[in-house]
Ligand binder design. Structure first.
Ligand code: HMG
Ligand code: MG
Length: 309
């Protein structure tokens, strides 16, 4: 059975958009429960400016609170040398640098041009190496930008090549505002595979318009085997208007298992963690599997309503 790797980004992308501070102890508790449910890759926080993203100001405490278990990889966003020093001190082994495919989103998200954002990332490779960490590159607005509209393959390729030149071999493609459609996913993935065959791709879809899982299917058909999703379907970028939740981990795992793919994740346990997150946030979350039972669930005929007479 083919194995698909999921990075759970709920503690980072999921929570970064929450206006009310989600207590550090609850972040850690959710993180540990996700690990117990079989999630072995968590993008757990960001070492960004706490003024820009106050929700993640407790990055060090969250990383320190998640219990290490065999095979667990904690990732964190790292925008600059300051973030790298924090990631190093926290002993994080996967650093995710990020840049935007358009100048407007770069200004909103990184307070800098694309060029300057990339200049800030350049020293991170050496720093990561000295810390025994891996550096990944993420492309935000890889499909559409809320300020500039449709993004061309050449714009994404330009960033991917810049990352490649820095020694980065894992690339995250962000559908920040959830506007990608299956045809465009196939085209972008195929172009990147052709241009940079030694770059591993991770697909990061938001589900703003309900196309997230269709895009996953398209990514799978194009050969991708790494995806990102957030518990409950929480999430969004505070610096991209109209960006709603990520695809939900519950729904993604359900789909992959139905397709005969393995994830190592215990779906009922994961659904339990999603329900706990809903109760801690005090509102329902978008994941469909939080409102319905997995396919294959059987009901008691005698306990069900029956039309009669
Ligand atoms: P800046 O304001 O241009 O940089 O920030 P600066 O160097 O002038 O620093 C300003 C202040 O921030 C200073 O503090 C620095 O010390 C502090 P002050 O002197 O005013 O007290 N600072 C930091 N503090 C802690 N850790 C740091 C750090 N860096 C600076 N690392 C910067 C530039 C990029 C840092 C800032 O704009 C920032 O933090 N932006 C946050 C961007 C962000 O987190 N966006 C969301 C994540 S991306 C996303 O969601 C998309 C994704 O999900 C994929 C997708 O969906 O497409 C990944
Ligand atoms: Mg995102």
């Amino acid at each position: 059975m083919d194995r698909i790797e999921i990075t759970e980004v709920g503690l980072r992308d999921g929570l970064q958009n929450e206006k009310t501070f989600f207590p550090t102890a609850d972040k850690i508790d959710i993180g540990n429960r996700l690990v117990a449910a079989g999630l072995h890759r968590l993008e757990a926080t960001s070492f960004v400016s706490p003024k820009a993203v106050p929700q993640l100001a407790d990055a060090e405490a969250v990383i320190g609170g998640i219990k290490p278990v065999d095979g667990l990889v904690l990732e964190a966003l790292v925008p600059n040398e300051r973030g790298a020093k924090r990631a190093m001190a926290a002993n994080v082994k996967v650093w995710v640098a990020f840049a935007s495919a358009t100048e407007s989103h770069s200004l909103a998200n990184s307070n800098a041009s694309i060029e300057t954002a990339l200049e800030r990332i350049k020293p991170l490779g050496e720093l990561a190496k000295s810390a025994g960490a891996e550096l990944y590159g993420s492309v935000a607005v890889a499909f559409d930008c809320p300020f500039e509209g449709q993004v061309g393959t050449a714009q994404v390729l330009r960033l991917a090549e810049a990352y490649h030149a820095m020694g980065i071999r894992v690339l995250k493609l962000g559908d920040t505002i959830g506007s990608a459609s299956p045809r465009r996913v196939k085209e972008l993935v195929s172009s990147l595979q052709a241009e940079l065959p030694d770059m591993q791709l991770i697909l990061h879809f938001h589900d703003t318009r309900g196309m997230g899982l269709a895009n996953v299917m398209s990514g799978l058909e194009a050969g991708a085997n790494r995806f990102e999703s957030a518990l409950g379907g929480l999430g969004g970028c505070p610096f991209a208007p109209g960006a709603l939740g990520n695809i939900s981990t519950e729904d993604l795992v359900h789909l992959l298992h139905l397709e005969g793919l393995s994830t190592g994740i215990d779906l009922p346990a994961l659904i339990g963690v999603g329900k706990l997150l809903e109760s801690r946030l005090g509102r329902p979350l978008p994941a469909r599997l939080l409102r319905s039972e997995p396919v294959g669930t059987l009901y008691d005929l005698n306990a069900s309503a029956r039309a009669s007479g």
